[in-house]
Design a binder for this molecule. Structure first.
Ligand SMILES: [Zn+2]
Ligand SMILES: [Zn+2]
Length: 219
C-alpha cells in the first residue's frame, strides 16, 4: 500500500509525460497516485484537460488508481478559493496548495487562505506552519504534508510536531518532478519517521489518511 498525492509532469516543471510518470509509479508499487501539476487561474483548463483523460485511461488499463489534480502555485491568497473551486469544476479530483515553504517567496497568507478554501484538500510544504494554521487544518479536514522533496523538507520536523500537537492529519508525498523522485514504501516510512513521528502514528499517516482521501475522491 503506497500512496502519493503530489507529483508533477512536463505539463508544468516535471520531466515525464503523465503516462510515463504513472507507469513509473506502477513499477514502484503504488496503489494510487495523484498527478498535480502547478497551475493557476490561467492554465488550469490546459493542464486538467490532459490529466483527466490520462488518469481515466491509466485507472482503466494500468493497474493503479490515478487521480487528476492541480497544485495551485503562487496564486494570490485572495484568489485561492476561487481557483480551487474552478479546478474542481474542471475535473480535478484533488486540489493542493503550494504552501509557505521557506525555499521560495510564497506570498504571506497563502497557508491561511488555503485552509479557508472549501475545495482545497492538502496544504503542501507549509513551511513554518503556525499552531493556529494547524488548528484550521484540523477543523477544515484539510491534510498537511510531509514531503520527500529536498529543500521543502527542511521544515518537516516542525510541521509534524505542530500538526501532532493539535491533532491535524498528515500525509507523506513525493512532490516528484522526475523518475528518481517517486516514493517507495521504504522512503515513505523514512520520511515519516525522519520527521519525528512516533511509530504508532505511522500507519495513520501512510495508510489510513490516504485511504480516506481516496474514499473522498471516488465517493
Ligand atoms: Zn509546491
Ligand atoms: Zn509540487
Amino acid at each position: 500500500m503506497l500512496y502519493d498525492f503530489h507529483t508533477h509532469t512536463f505539463l508544468s516543471d516535471g520531466v515525464l509525460s503523465p503516462v510515463e510518470l504513472i507507469r513509473r509509479a506502477v513499477a514502484n508499487g503504488y496503489t494510487a497516485i495523484a498527478v498535480t501539476d502547478h497551475a493557476g487561474l490561467g492554465d488550469q483548463e490546459r493542464v486538467l484537460d490532459i490529466l483527466v483523460k490520462e488518469c481515466e485511461m491509466a485507472t482503466a488499463e494500468m493497474g493503479i488508481m490515478a487521480f487528476p489534480g492541480v497544485e495551485l502555485t503562487h496564486v494570490p491568497p485572495k484568489r485561492i478559493a476561487e481557483a480551487a473551486r474552478k479546478a474542481k469544476s474542471l475535473g480535478a479530483k484533488i486540489v493542493l496548495v503550494h504552501g509557505e515553504t521557506i525555499k521560495e517567496p510564497v506570498a504571506e497568507g497563502t497557508n491561511q487562505a488555503a485552509l479557508e478554501s472549501p475545495d482545497v484538500d492538502i496544504l503542501v510544504h507549509p513551511g513554518m506552519l503556525t499552531e493556529a494554521e494547524a488548528e484550521m487544518a484540523k477543523k477544515a479536514g484539510i491534510y498537511l504534508e510531509l514531503t520527500a522533496r529536498a529543500g521543502h523538507s527542511l521544515t518537516n520536523g516542525h510541521v509534524a510536531r505542530t500538526a501532532m500537537s493539535v491533532g491535524a492529519s498528515l500525509v507523506v508525498d513525493s512532490d516528484g518532478h522526475g523518475p528518481g523522485d517517486l516514493l517507495t514504501e521504504e522512503l515513505a516510512q523514512q520520511v515519516a519517521i525522519g520527521a519525528g513521528l512516533p511509530h504508532d502514528a505511522i500507519d495513520a499517516v501512510l495508510h489510513t489518511n490516504p485511504q480516506a482521501i481516496i474514499a473522498n475522491m471516488v465517493g
